[in-house]
Design a protein around this ligand. Structure first.
Ligand code: GGG
Length: 350
């Protein structure tokens, strides 16, 4: 029996609603196999912040370092500043464990309605650089409280950081159809984005089978909405990748279905798996949160842990349930979070 120890951070808002449903699906996928998931629950997030003044304990990273993966729900609460929730939990985990790739696959799903008339056959992957770039703590304010008040922020791009993200993306593109689009804005952001373009061109040049197309982020966003099928692999900086993946998720029907993996590709540290969606405070407690993004993120975790067969089982089960028409209200259905989860468990058993 192969046992994987998983740190579970259900987090805030709808995180604790979708997390147990996803855990039940993954346990059910492992039933009858030689794989067992041992869940170590970590009750961290904004409730913890209220009682302890921080999002997670000081030794949180040490506690998770020996586990095989981290399964995260959502972070964010209307009463706690977003910078506190992100910089107190999500970003330190990504950085301490050098999870420098954020992989966000976007695929059309059967039975899922999209606001776009033309939403069939979407199958793209966004590779987001995950530990540097625009997500930077370098900056500050001056003239506070005066009419000269100003805020400034530096984005940090390193050759090492950009190169390894682009290498990962180019490798992925060469395993797919060879197309690689790089999101840039070097016409307006003249230092960091021209540097990004140079490093991307240099690294992609080492992959002769890859066709690189640099594209300005504004034009790219418009084309992503109008013609998502024309993309295959997109590599983007931390901020651009975050925004593009929400747009791309919307093209297939709902941000509620999109998964993501924060990877340390060398497996020197645990990787973290989370839905793209946030804590959705507007629907908390109603039992209608879509569990598909969390479940699909769990499938990516099984794949990363060396069980691609189990990951495929989970993806097929969730596809068969959605194609039957059962879905939560964000996808036009009337099912609850638990009903969708139960149906996926039943599909796995059947
Ligand atoms: N599912 C994780 C979550 O709650 N994300 C909220 C968020 O604001 N994420 C920003 C980011 O991924 O950088």
């Amino acid at each position: 029996m192969k046992t994987h120890v998983i740190s579970v951070l259900a987090g805030d808002g709808i995180g604790p609603e979708v997390m147990p449903v996803a855990q039940a699906v993954l346990d059910s996928a492992c039933e009858g196999s030689d794989v067992e998931l041992r869940w170590e629950e970590r009750p961290w997030g904004t409730d913890y912040f209220r009682s302890h003044g921080r999002m997670m304990p000081l030794n949180a990273i040490d506690k998770m370092a020996d586990t095989d993966a981290i399964f995260l729900g959502a972070v964010g609460h209307p009463e706690v500043p977003d910078a506190e929730t992100l910089w107190g939990m999500l970003i330190p985990i990504r950085r301490e464990f050098d999870q420098y790739i954020n992989l966000r696959p976007i695929k059309s799903l059967p039975g899922v309605r999209s606001p776009l008339a033309n939403h069939e056959g979407i199958d793209l992957v966004i590779v987001r650089e995950n530990v540097e770039g625009e997500y930077s703590a370098v900056g500050g304010r001056s003239g506070v409280g005066t009419e000269y008040a100003a805020a400034y922020q530096q984005a940090i791009f390193t050759k090492h950081g950009v190169s390894r993200a682009v290498s990962f993306a180019a490798e992925l593109a060469s395993e797919r159809n060879g197309d690689l689009v790089s999101a840039t804005k070097s016409n307006g952001i003249v230092h960091t984005m021209t540097f990004w373009d140079e490093v991307v061109a240099e690294v992609a040049g080492g992959f002769p089978e890859v066709r690189l197309t640099p594209m300005l982020i504004d034009a790219l966003s418009a084309r992503l909405v109008q013609s998502p099928q024309s993309f295959d692999v997109i590599v983007a900086s931390n901020l651009f990748g975050d925004i593009l993946s929400d747009i791309a998720a919307a093209t297939v029907g709902s941000i509620g279905i999109a998964p993501s993996a924060n990877l340390n590709p060398e497996k020197r540290h645990p990787s973290m798996f989370e839905p793209v969606h946030g804590s959705a405070p507007d629907i908390v407690g109603r039992g209608i949160a879509n569990p598909v993004g969390q479940i699909w993120a769990g499938a990516m975790m099984l794949d990363h842990l060396g069980h691609p067969d189990l990951a495929v089982d989970v993806e097929l089960a969730l596809r068969s349930v959605l194609s039957s028409g059962l879905s939560t209200p964000d996808l036009g259905g009337q099912a609850t979070t638990v009903q969708v989860g139960d149906a996926i468990v039943a599909a796995l058993a059947g």
